[in-house]
Every structure is written in structure tokens, then in C-alpha cells.
Design a protein around this ligand. Structure first.
Ligand SMILES: [Zn+2]
Length: 384
């Protein structure tokens, strides 16, 4: 499973999310960040939309990034011409392959789909573009028609097939078998493009890779239509840690990139977001905090620094004595065993009352009140 290439479509499929619009300067910054992180190909937008969209794609092309810059097209020659105008080195040529789309959306037949795809691919190849043929709604397409479609795409010169689970209705075992069937029958590079309607986008993408797909389509934070796409940060870390694939990514910049895209898309990054959420390295429970303080690998698979986060020991209802002692040491206060016990029971009471973890100030107040009650002086030592 070596040599998996990551194709990011935050700027195309991500922006297609209802209500999301990136300013051009935001698009350019996102492209630069993606390149810096190590993404292999950036799907930068849809040239045929014209105006601003074309300008931003041209600027990204001119930024001379290491990543290949792909533009998105319908299977229409004039779309591909617009992509050529922008200077993209690669094109995605997209057309629906499922009966439901052909009949109700395109109002055409299968032969029309094949001939339009072939025409657009041949034109793109004549102009030396790298070509991904996107089988839109592939997961609901007739199995044998999809094979025919992939074969004709390959014959026309397509470099790969994008397997689109457009409505996100696949599960990992099924998608694995379907992708393997195409690879066995056609022998073409495959990109997985999966949506998250059942929360399985990353799992389905990875299942495709297991079946032999060598490209994985993603977006930052999983931003995308409806429930979104497979998330860049999730699949890269999964490939690295769960599949032992060597990934040359500067993952330390993941949090920064996620925050930037969250802001630019006006979509909050949840604290519990896999890989980059602030809760990833927050420990409160007594047993977990104690374990992490002794050896972080007891409850962490990778270090916070690896994705640009920090470890936090949260003091709240589930905290134990050791975490309290440790926390107060940060404030320059050495708690005796008895003090730690007293403070802990008050911490728990307050956390239940407030229904949350406690802030540093609140912890100090608890300690102050306790000392006052027992009539003892206390002072803070300088922390180093
Ligand atoms: Zn999509």
C-alpha cells in the first residue's frame, strides 16, 4: 500500500457546501497551505464558472506549487478549453454513470454518456493534460456498465478513474469489492471520492485503498456537500498509523490548516473532531490523566505536537488526586496529601454544580477558600 497520493478538493467540493464561499485570497492561502503540508494534487475549482473562479485558479497555477493543479469539468469540450485557459496541468472530467442520474438528471442514455466522456477525454489528452475521469454516482451505477465506462475511458487515454460515492451510501466491505472488481477487470488507477452521509467517508476511502485504489480524494475538516467528504487529516493519519504507510506530510501544520479552513468556511471546528479537535489531547478522568502523566502513550496514539496541538490535563468532576497535585505544582503550590484530598472533593462539587471543567482561577479560589476555612496562611512559589 505504498505510494498513495492525496487529492484535495477543499477548493472545489468543499466550496460546493451549501452556504460556503471562499474569497480568492483565502483560496490561494489554502492552496499554499495544502502544498506545504504535502498534498499531491489540488482540485482548485471550476474554470467554466468564469470570472473570479478562473482568476483564482490562474493565481494558484502561477504560485508554482509542488502539487499538481487540477480543474473540474463536465464532459464538455468547452469546459476543458476553459481549464486550458487557466493553465491547469490536470483535469477532472465528470459525468454521471448511474441509471438514476442518466435518466432523471441528464435525460439521456448510456451511449450518450460514453461518447461525450470519450470526446472530452480525447480532447484533453491531445492538449497534454493529466485526466481523471469521474464516474459520478459510481456507487449506484450498474456494475457492468461501470466496467465498460472505465474501459472506454482508459482507451481514450484517461490516466485514472475517480470512483464517486456521490450520495455516500457505501460501506467499507462492499466498496472494497466493487473497487477491486474494476481494478481486476480494467487495470486503471483509481481515486476514491467518498461522502460522509453515514459517517463512513474516511473508512470507505481507506477500504478502496485496501482494494488497490492509489489516489484518495479528501477535503480539510471533511468540508463538503451535506455531511461532507473524507477528511484530509483523518485519512493521512490513518494511513500512517493504522496501515503503516509512509506519508511524507508535515502533519504538524494540520491544526493550523484546519483552523484556517474552519474560519474561511465559517464552520466551527468541533472540540471532538478526530485528529485536530482540541479534545484529542485533553484528559480529565483520574485514571487517564494519571496514565498520561506517567507515560503519554498509555492513552495517546501519537503526540499532540505531531498534529500541532497541545496536551491538556482538565481538572473537573472526573479528576484524580495526582492530576490535582500536578496542576497546583504548575501554580507553584505544593499540596500535601490531605490538602489534595480536600481540594479534590471541592473541585468535584463545583464541577457538578457548573456542569463543566474548572478554570485555573477557579481552582485557586477553591484552594484559597479552603485555607481560609482551616485558618492557614499560604503562598505561591515562583514557577520556573
Ligand atoms: Zn463530491
Amino acid at each position: 500500500m505504498e505510494g498513495i497520493k492525496i487529492v484535495d478538493t477543499t477548493l472545489r467540493d468543499g466550496e460546493q457546501t451549501a452556504g460556503v464561499v471562499f474569497a480568492n485570497r483565502e483560496k490561494i492561502r489554502i492552496a499554499k497551505l495544502l502544498d506545504q503540508i504535502g498534498v499531491d494534487q489540488i482540485e482548485a475549482g471550476i474554470p467554466v464558472m468564469g470570472g473570479d473562479e478562473k482568476e483564482s485558479i490562474k493565481t494558484i497555477v502561477n504560485a508554482e506549487l509542488d502539487a499538481s493543479i487540477m480543474a473540474w469539468n463536465r464532459a464538455v469540450v468547452s469546459d476543458v478549453k476553459a481549464s486550458l485557459d487557466c493553465g491547469a496541468d490536470a483535469v477532472a472530467i465528470s459525468i454521471s454513470t448511474s441509471d438514476i442520474h442518466i435518466e432523471h438528471k441528464l435525460k439521456q442514455d448510456k451511449d450518450w454518456v460514453l461518447s461525450n466522456m470519450v470526446k472530452a477525454v480525447e480532447f484533453a489528452k491531445k492538449n497534454n493534460l493529466y485526466v481523471s475521469v469521474n464516474a459520478e454516482d459510481a456507487s449506484r451505477s450498474d456494475r457492468e456498465f461501470l466496467i465498460k465506462f472505465a474501459k472506454e475511458a482508459k482507451e481514450a487515454g484517461a490516466d485514472r478513474l475517480r470512483y464517486c460515492d456521490t450520495v455516500g451510501i457505501m460501506e467499507p466491505f462492499d466498496i472494497h469489492d466493487r473497487v477491486k472488481y474494476i481494478i481486476d477487470e480494467v487495470g486503471i488507477d483509481i481515486e476514491m471520492h467518498t461522502h460522509n452521509d453515514f459517517g463512513l467517508a474516511a473508512a470507505n476511502g481507506l477500504a478502496g485503498v485496501r482494494a488497490g485504489a492509489n489516489y484518495l480524494g479528501v477535503t480539510v475538516n471533511g468540508l463538503g456537500e451535506r455531511a461532507g467528504n473524507a477528511a484530509l487529516e483523518e485519512v493521512v493519519m490513518a494511513l500512517k498509523y493504522l496501515y503503516d504507510v509512509k506519508m511524507e506530510f508535515t502533519t504538524e501544520d494540520f491544526r493550523q490548516l484546519s483552523e484556517y479552513v474552519a474560519r474561511a468556511s465559517a464552520r466551527d471546528l468541533p472540540a471532538w473532531k478526530a485528529i485536530v479537535g482540541t479534545n484529542m489531547f485533553a484528559h480529565e478522568s483520574g485514571i487517564h490523566a494519571d496514565g498520561v502523566l506517567k507515560n503519554a502513550s498509555t492513552y495517546e496514539v501519537f503526540t499532540p505536537e505531531e498534529v500541532g496541538l497541545e496536551r491538556q490535563i482538565i481538572i473537573g468532576k472526573h479528576s484524580g488526586k495526582k492530576a490535582i497535585v500536578n496542576k497546583f505544582r504548575e501554580y507553584g503550590i505544593k499540596l500535601t496529601d490531605k490538602e489534595a484530598e480536600e481540594v479534590l472533593s471541592r473541585v468535584r462539587e463545583s464541577a457538578v454544580q457548573y456542569k463543566r471543567a474548572l478554570f485555573d482561577k477557579e481552582l485557586i479560589y477553591i484552594y484559597e477558600d479552603y485555607k481560609e476555612e482551616v485558618g492557614e496562611e499560604w503562598k505561591q512559589e515562583k514557577t520556573s
